[in-house]
Design a protein around this ligand. Structure first.
Ligand SMILES: C[S@@+](CC[C@H](N)C(=O)[O-])C[C@H]1O[C@@H](n2cnc3c(N)ncnc32)[C@H](O)[C@@H]1O
Length: 389
């Protein structure tokens, strides 16, 4: 049952017509008028806003709250605070709930100050990576929780600020670091050898022309470092053709690959699933919203194995019998998708998938190597032995 206090998906539509999305990869980029080689400046429509003014529209919000099935006096973790859309709804849904919300982006944490003040002690904000969920909670003297929710990917605030360097639409520094520290996209683009660059773009960006893109980048580097999103988008658009009618910008997949590599997004997701398994109480719920197939595959396969449903003898998954050993029971049949109304109102919801599971009483088993492998770049076969390269 979805509490009445939770805004419905229809209420979350913003007043301005949805603009084309300058998305760096998590959600599909739709622009029917992009030029072939040079990025184009377009007038900016107002940012989409929630009814209460937050600059990010939470995706599948009512479905998330329903899937969490929050018990009254409980502790819930929002591993991806962002603009606080899920946290706000959780606090509103259960007056006795305490929420610990995590984000690796210091800007997101700073933006949550008002919500902390309004929560009257029920909300704690923690800056850090959700892959370290259990360590971050231990530092708060919490060793078991009733719910964990993850809304994987980037926020609208991150995409829409050119200076964060996530978007090829508005020129900005080639950065893409959610945490604003560590190796930037420019570091990877300028300092990685051609073969490794092609691997990142192929495996994390799912770009079939990865080798041509990597070659063009290495060629362009001879003239100087590539430091801006527009420069990189122009280089990619020189070697990747995309049908303008498709609405997909040629640099979409390359930007996605780099962003995943910069933030180790798949590795973080794998660690977070295992950490959630360790800290959820029996009966506690794990709810994960993903935005592309690489992420969803990890969540789906993790839950398939841990609920004892992995196909026996599968080439990719270790077999595991159903029954008392399973650490989770699936709470959703397949993935929950956004309604047509939500997708119409918020195109960024288009590729979202929600999966949920309930923690069983079984002790957390060791991490799954098969799932960890899904986050890693595959070993490159030696030269001359065939394979993709
Ligand atoms: C899609 S937004 C979440 C939006 C949020 N559910 C809302 O309704 O406002 C994803 C957020 O997760 C954060 N994030 C992504 N990866 C993270 C990680 N490994 N650890 C912590 N936060 C992360 C991003 O910085 C971003 O703010």
């Amino acid at each position: 049952m979805v509490p009445a206090t939770i805004p419905s998906a229809a209420n979350l539509a913003w007043a301005a017509p949805p603009r084309s999305l300058s998305d760096a990869g998590t959600h599909a980029f739709v622009d029917r008028s992009f030029p072939r080689r040079a990025p184009m400046k377009r007038p900016r429509a107002p940012l989409p806003r929630t009814a209460d003014g937050a600059p990010h529209v939470p995706v599948l919000l009512a479905e998330v709250i329903e899937a969490l099935a929050l018990p009254g006096a409980a502790i819930a973790v929002d591993g991806t605070f962002g603009a606080g859309g899920y946290t706000r709804a959780m606090l509103a849904a259960e007056p006795n709930l305490r929420v610990i919300a995590i984000d690796r982006d210091p800007g997101a944490i700073a933006g949550g100050g008002d919500l902390v003040a309004a929560s009257k002690g029920r909300l704690s904000l923690v800056e850090g990576r959700f892959g370290k969920l259990d360590d971050l909670l231990a530092a708060q003297d919490v060793d078991a929780v009733d719910a964990v929710v993850l809304d994987i990917g980037v926020s609208s605030m991150q995409i829409d600020q050119p200076e964060r360097g996530f978007s090829f639409r508005n020129d900005g520094p080639l950065d893409m670091r959610m945490a604003r520290s560590g190796r930037s996209a420019a570091d990877i683009v300028n300092d990685t050898d051609e073969a490794d660059l092609a691997d990142i773009i192929f495996h994390y960006g799912e770009e079939r022309r990865s080798r041509a893109v990597a070659r063009a980048i290495v060629e362009a580097r001879k003239a100087g470092r590539i430091e801006s999103t527009a420069a990189l988008a122009g280089i990619v658009a020189g070697v990747v053709w995309a049908d303008p009618a498709s609405g997909i910008h040629p640099a979409t997949r390359t930007f996605q690959g780099l962003r995943i590599a910069v933030n180790d997004e798949l590795g973080e997701l794998v660690q977070a699933l295992h950490a959630a398994e360790r800290i959820l109480k029996p009966g506690g719920r794990l709810v994960v919203v993903t935005f592309h197939s690489l992420e969803d595959r990890i969540v789906k396969q993790f839950l398939t194995i841990r609920s004892g449903r992995a196909a026996q003898g599968s080439r990719h998954l270790p077999s595991q019998s159903a029954g008392p050993d399973a650490s989770f029971t699936l709470a959703t049949k397949g993935a929950v998708l956004p309604s047509e109304a939500e997708t119409r109102a918020n195109p960024r919801a288009r590729s979202a998938k929600l999966r949920a599971a309930v923690r069983n009483a079984t002790a957390a088993p060791p991490p799954l190597a098969a799932i960890e492998a899904l986050a890693a770049l595959p070993e490159r076969p030696p030269r001359g032995r065939g394979g993709r390269r």
